[in-house]
Design a protein around this ligand. Structure first.
Ligand code: HEC
Length: 216
């Protein structure tokens, strides 16, 4: 009988043996696990038996074209992938005041969630040097198409994907209008939205660093 805090000598030596075997197995696994798996490398292992692997493991099935189309919704800055549809600023205001206002505020500035509207600072682009400047669509986003893409896939946060293409074009138009980027009578569609030049359009450069901090 073994009591807590006491151990029988025979049990103790058994435990030690277990521990030793465990240590050896562990070390062996670690050693071999870390070896490079090169075909001819010293100590390397050659992958064998791959020829007998089946061509398919019969897990799942190919996605259908319709299923891919459902997920293939990206709308690029150049207009690639733009869905058909259109929406005016006035229509967007109606959508916004029902679907978005509770989280983004009546003017798009007061939240409680992300501020969507705001042009300051209009001069310069001090986001890298000055902390605490609120980044908004109006002062920071380089492409208007991102509004469509983002809202279409992620908003309203409680029911993403529920808006029609017309509604997303419209709400994008309203947000652009509130940011003083397009006039009140503008209509956004597959052609006009990519053509909108955002205030921060030229503030970003392609990240082509090659290991250092400099952007060429
Ligand atoms: C239930 C709350 C809620 C509703 C409703 C909602 N949003 Fe949002 N929205 C959020 C939150 C939270 C974020 C920030 C998400 C994050 O940063 O990951 C956000 C982010 C955004 C952003 C990105 C802002 C940025 O600068 O990163 C846009 C654009 C946006 N929402 C538009 C809309 C529009 C348009 C609607 C209405 C169709 C809407 N949202 C409805 C909560 C909401």
């Amino acid at each position: 009988m073994i009591r807590l805090g006491q151990s029988h000598p025979a049990e103790e030596s058994k435990l030690r043996r277990f521990a030793l075997v465990g240590l050896l197995v562990g070390t062996t696994l670690v050693t071999y696990g870390c070896m490079p798996d090169t075909p001819n490398g010293e100590g390397g292992t050659i992958a064998s038996g791959t020829a007998e692997w089946p061509s398919s493991f019969s897990i799942g099935r190919d996605a259908t074209a319709a299923e891919i189309a459902l997920l293939d919704i990206d709308f690029g800055p150049d207009g690639a992938g733009a869905p058909a549809g259109s929406g005016s600023v006035a229509e967007g205001k109606a959508v916004y005041n029902v679907q978005c206002v509770g989280c983004h505020g009546l003017t798009g500035q007061e939240g409680p969630n992300a501020a969507l509207v705001g042009r300051e600072p209009r001069d310069g682009f001090p986001f890298g040097e000055t902390r605490g400047i609120r980044k908004t669509i109006g002062n920071y986003w380089p492409y208007a198409t991102t509004i469509f893409d983002y809202v279409n896939r992620a908003m309203p946060m409680t029911f993403p994907g529920s808006l029609t293409a017309d509604e997303v074009y419209a709400v994008a138009a309203y947000i652009l209008f509130l940011n003083e980027i397009i006039p009140e009578d503008a209509v956004m569609n597959a052609q006009t939205l990519p053509a909108v030049v955002m205030p921060a359009r030229d503030r970003f450069v392609p990240d082509n660093r090659v290991g250092g901090p400099q952007v060429r």
